[in-house]
Design a protein around this ligand. Structure first.
Ligand SMILES: C[S@@+](CC[C@H](N)C(=O)[O-])C[C@H]1O[C@@H](n2cnc3c(N)ncnc32)[C@H](O)[C@@H]1O
Length: 358
């Protein structure tokens, strides 16, 4: 009897392989060799009274995300990602022997430890925004024998010792940070959550070209929701638009059009909005606000739109052009940081790429 199979994290690794989340045997060995509980000895579970610390070893070894830090308003700001999503991103990173990896968002250090296990700690550099979180990760990694270089700061900025072969981000950014275009070597790869206001579920897999400094790629077929970069700050205070100034018509599609991941990724690249659930007058449900003052209100079966653009028209037109199984969008970022999307024979500049916190 192989006694290691009694350990919850070995069972987790077996589950990830059996479910198909891990396809590369080397990542299977990494998940079996790194005990999540060493990096997440406790997590925060939400109940009626708020968040309470939980040390349930079985749950720590489940394929679920675990919140590890909340802010003063009880909003999660650090967590350990669901292992199957980590596996999908690590797989997409396409690492090879001796590659040097830059990780953005150290968090608990669990993903850092997997990278160290696979590539050696000298090849791993990780950046965490929150100093306390980084220190805890440092201590836990060191007590398990890993000494990767850890930096405290905003991972959107340049980290020395680049360029790297691969960059993996585990916090989301609304665009590809300009510094990353030079942080990754020609022929290298970036795997990152592209956290857009309309949809937080897109994971971009982007290759850096060998000759012209372009970065280009597509998106994972799986949903990957991540905490956005802490540099985004709070949502701006947005006034409730004057509904009478907008145009009302029956909506062809409701917000549920975003339930389909493959389409939601396209829609998120079309519009630059913040999406706000709002009770509002008459129980109006959802608002989309764009920085140019365009707005959408989905009111039961109707859509009301105002401002310079008809944002919901654009989403409905794309939904009409979409069908299951069609190719997903391609995102290209040129050396000047211009983001271009190509999809269904169309090409457009991704809105909002010049308007980010980094
Ligand atoms: C989902 S957690 C990371 C999970 C982590 N990879 C793990 O295995 O535990 C996201 C982390 O990104 C950090 N973060 C947010 N914005 C950041 C930024 N601009 N630069 C670096 N880290 C950032 C957060 O503090 C948080 O710890």
């Amino acid at each position: 009897v192989d006694i290691t199979t009694r350990y919850p994290h070995v069972l987790l690794a077996q589950h990830l392989v059996a479910s198909g989340a891990v396809t590369d045997p080397a990542w299977g060995r990494a998940f079996a060799g790194v005990d999540r509980a060493r990096y997440v000895p406790s997590f925060l579970a939400e109940n009626d009274t708020g968040w309470t610390a939980c040390t349930d070893r079985e749950r720590i070894a489940e394929d679920i995300p675990l919140v590890t830090q909340v802010d003063a308003y009880d909003r999660p700001i650090s967590s350990s990602t669901a292992p199957s999503l980590m596996a999908a991103m690590l797989d997409a990173l396409d690492v090879g022997p001796n590659m040097r990896i830059l990780e953005i968002g150290t968090g608990t250090g669990y993903n850092t430890a997997l990278l160290c296990h696979r590539l050696g700690d000298r090849n791993v550099v990780s950046v965490e925004y929150d100093e306390d979180v980084a220190l805890l990760a440092y201590e836990r990694l060191a007590s398990n024998g890993y000494r990767p270089r850890l930096h405290v700061g905003d991972g959107a900025h340049t980290v020395h010792d680049g360029p790297y072969d691969r960059l993996i981000a585990t916090c989301g950014f609304p665009t590809v940070p300009a510094a990353w275009l030079r942080q990754v070597r020609p022929g290298g790869r970036i795997v990152m959550p592209l956290t857009r206001g309309l949809y937080n579920g897109a994971i971009a897999v982007l290759d850096v070209s060998y000759d012209d400094g372009m970065v280009e790629g597509g998106f994972l077929p799986v949903f990957g929701g991540f905490m956005p970069t802490r540099t985004l700050g709070d949502l701006p205070h947005l006034p409730v638009p004057d509904l009478d100034s907008g145009e009302r018509r029956p909506a062809k599609r409701g917000l549920s059009v975003l339930d389909c991941h493959a389409f939601a990724v396209v829609a998120a690249l079309l519009v630059d909005v913040v999406r706000i659930p709002r009770g509002g007058p008459d129980g109006l449900a959802w608002w989309l606000h764009s920085p140019d003052g365009s707005w959408v209100c989905l009111d039961g079966g109707d859509v009301i739109q105002g401002g310079p653009q008809r944002l919901w028209d654009a989403i409905e037109t794309a939904a009409d052009a979409w069908s299951p199984g069609m190719d997903g969008p391609t995102l290209t970022v040129d050396p000047d940081g211009r983001h271009t999307v190509a999809w269904a024979g169309r090409e457009w500049e991704m809105p909002g790429h010049g308007r980010t916190a980094h």
